[in-house]
Design a protein around this ligand. Sequence first.
Ligand SMILES: NC(=O)c1ccc[n+]([C@@H]2O[C@H](COP(=O)([O-])OP(=O)(O)OC[C@H]3O[C@@H](n4cnc5c(N)ncnc54)[C@H](OP(=O)(O)O)[C@@H]3O)[C@@H](O)[C@H]2O)c1
Length: 254
Amino acid sequence: VQGKGVAALRQHGIVVEVGIEESAAKALNYGFFSRMQRQKPYVRAKMAMSLDGRTAMASKESQWITSEGARQDVQHWRGLSGAIITTAATVHHDNCRLTVRKGTPLFQPLRVVIATQGNVSPTAAIFQQPGKTLVALSANKIPKHSEFSYIALPEKENHIDINALFTYLAKEEQINEILIEAGPTFLGGLLKENVIDELLVYIAPKLLGQEAIPLAYLAPIASLKDCLQGELIACDKIGADCRLILKMNDFGKH
Ligand SMILES: NC(=O)c1ccc[n+]([C@@H]2O[C@H](COP(=O)([O-])OP(=O)(O)OC[C@H]3O[C@@H](n4cnc5c(N)ncnc54)[C@H](OP(=O)(O)O)[C@@H]3O)[C@@H](O)[C@H]2O)c1
């Protein structure tokens, strides 16, 4: 990454060519480059939504908006990830497991549940799965006794500082790629912080109506010129749904 490996090989008389298939090589290694160059993992956020951009019913019911095919596809992205981040709110509503269940996984990604106040039920399914689940809580809320493993982090605007979590995951857990699987409040917060590198959006050919919950809660945007803009990288039919891949910043662009 810093050219030292190339220099060492050349010093030993080995001919090294650089730059061959550079963009394809980068695409295979976004996570590694991100951790080496930015000291944070590559952050991918997944959302499933309806044609009218809704991610759950007003009752918070969201299982399942998309087809079995799309859910199988998510398994692929989980398998690529070193960690999956969710929130106590999503754990509470969905009792999700967030495990890789496709094929014979060599390891389970680290599961991280954000619960700034430490309020999450240790009996939730996510804590009963193979592999490790870590609760990310505020350093001001360290529990006296805890029934779960946790990492204590500084706060920023009443939530754990997400960049501190990313730094921890890169430095202490050597995580290259993260998959975020949470709801519209967290996604809105992450978009506001501009920390998402890539959005993976599954669109089901369904209309859920305006009472249903949107893709992300964002502060009002008055003018089109102020909108959040992604770059569409891929658009594919997966099962009965459509999968969009969007780059949200310049890092790792093809
Ligand atoms: N369609 C999908 O793909 C999908 C995926 C997952 C969930 N869901 C649905 O989403 C719903 C849950 O969504 P939700 O909006 O209630 O919860 P959420 O977005 O999963 O989580 C909200 C929590 O995120 C935490 N948070 C941390 N940093 C934040 C920041 N910077 N800004 C805002 N929040 C931050 C806050 O908890 P702290 O106070 O602990 O920081 C907040 O209460 C459920 O209905 C679930 O079924 C849908």
